[in-house]
Design a protein around this ligand. Structure first.
Ligand code: GLN
Length: 282
C-alpha cells in the first residue's frame, strides 16, 4: 500500500486523533479526507491504490491537527446532516444532534394533514434545523424561528437560503418578539444542561455556544419560563413539544402540568431514553 493512499493516510491520522482522545478517530479522519477530496468516506477507508496529491495530504494534515485540538468535526467540515439534509454548522449555534431528529418526526406526525397556514414556532431555533425541516417536510405550515442570538439567527438564515425554506425569523428573548401571535404547535430544544455540568462537558461540546447549553443552576430555567409563557401563544388544542435532558422528564412534565397543560407526556428517543415532553393547551 502506498504511503499516500487514502487508507494509509486515514490510518495514520486516526492514530493521532486516538492519542488526542477523539472518540471516533477513524470515522473522523475519513470524514475529513472525504471533505477535502469530495470522495465517499467508507470508500476512502478501503482505498489502498489511489495516491492522494501532496497538497491534499498537507491540507488533511492541517485539519487533523485541528481535530486533535478537539475542534468539532462539524466546525471543520462546516456541515452536519439532520433529517437527511445538510445544514451549515459553525460556532454561531449548537451543532444539530441526531437525538433531535426524533422531535422533528413527532412534530411532522402531529402536523400531518394540517390546514394551509397552520402556524408553528421553533423557539431557541439555533441553526434552524428543527423549524426549517418542519417547513420543508410539512406542507401547509407557516413556520417562525426565534432566537435570542443574532449569530444563531444569521446561521439559520443561511441554512434557510441553502435549503430554499420560507420561514419568518424573530430575534429576541423567548416569546418577546412573537407579539400576540398564536401557534398550533410550539417546538423547542432549549438550553437544558445545569450550569455546573457545562464545565465538565467533552471539549467539542464546550465549543458550542454556552448560551445554547446552559439551562441555569438545575438546567430547568427554560422549561419554567416556556411552560409559563407558552399558553398565551398557543391556540386552544395547540401543543408544546420540547426536547429535555434524559433525567429531566418528570420535573419538566410537572412544570407543564403546573402551568395548566393537559395530556402531558414524556416520550423516549430511539435509544429508549426519556428525551421529549409534550402537553396540550386546553
Ligand atoms: N443535547 C445537547 C448536548 O448533549 C444539549 C442541547 C441543549 O442544551 N439543548 O450537548
Amino acid at each position: 500500500m502506498s504511503s499516500r493512499s487514502p487508507r494509509a493516510l486515514i490510518l495514520s491520522a486516526a492514530r493521532i486523533l486516538r492519542e488526542a482522545g477523539v472518540p471516533d478517530a477513524a470515522h473522523d479522519a475519513a470524514a475529513l479526507l472525504a471533505h477535502l477530496t469530495g470522495g465517499e468516506a467508507l470508500a476512502l477507508r478501503l482505498d489502498t491504490d489511489a495516491e492522494v496529491p501532496a497538497e491534499t495530504a498537507e491540507a488533511f494534515d492541517r485539519l487533523i491537527r485541528r481535530r486533535a485540538e478537539r475542534i468539532p468535526l462539524q466546525h471543520l467540515t462546516g456541515t452536519q446532516r439532520f433529517c437527511g439534509r445538510l445544514f451549515r454548522t459553525d460556532a454561531r449555534a449548537l451543532i444539530p444532534r441526531p437525538e433531535t431528529e426524533e422531535l422533528v418526526r413527532r412534530a411532522a406526525a402531529e402536523l400531518s394533514g394540517c390546514p394551509e397556514g397552520t402556524a408553528v414556532l421553533d423557539l431557541c431555533c439555533g441553526s434552524g434545523c428543527i423549524g426549517l425541516t418542519v417547513a420543508l417536510d410539512c406542507p401547509g405550515v407557516r413556520v417562525s424561528c426565534a432566537d435570542l442570538s443574532a449569530d444563531a439567527l444569521s446561521l439559520a438564515r443561511e441554512n434557510a437560503a441553502r435549503q430554499g425554506a420560507d420561514v419568518t425569523f424573530l430575534l429576541g428573548d423567548l416569546f418577546e418578539p412573537c407579539g400576540d401571535e398564536t401557534y398550533r404547535l410550539i417546538l423547542s430544544n432549549p438550553p437544558y444542561i445545569p450550569t455546573a455540568v457545562c464545565q465538565e462537558l467533552q471539549p467539542e461540546v464546550r465549543l458550542d455556544p454556552l448560551m445554547a447549553l446552559d439551562g441555569g443552576a438545575d438546567g430547568l430555567d427554560f422549561y419554567r419560563r416556556i411552560a409559563r409563557e407558552a399558553p398565551a401563544h398557543l391556540l386552544p388544542g395547540g401543543s408544546l413539544l420540547m426536547e429535555i435532558g434524559a433525567d429531566e422528564g418528570e420535573t419538566a412534565a410537572g412544570l407543564m402540568r403546573a402551568a395548566g397543560f393537559a395530556q402531558v407526556q414524556v416520550y423516549p428517543d430511539l435509544a429508549g431514553r426519556p428525551r421529549m415532553v409534550r402537553g396540550v393547551r386546553l
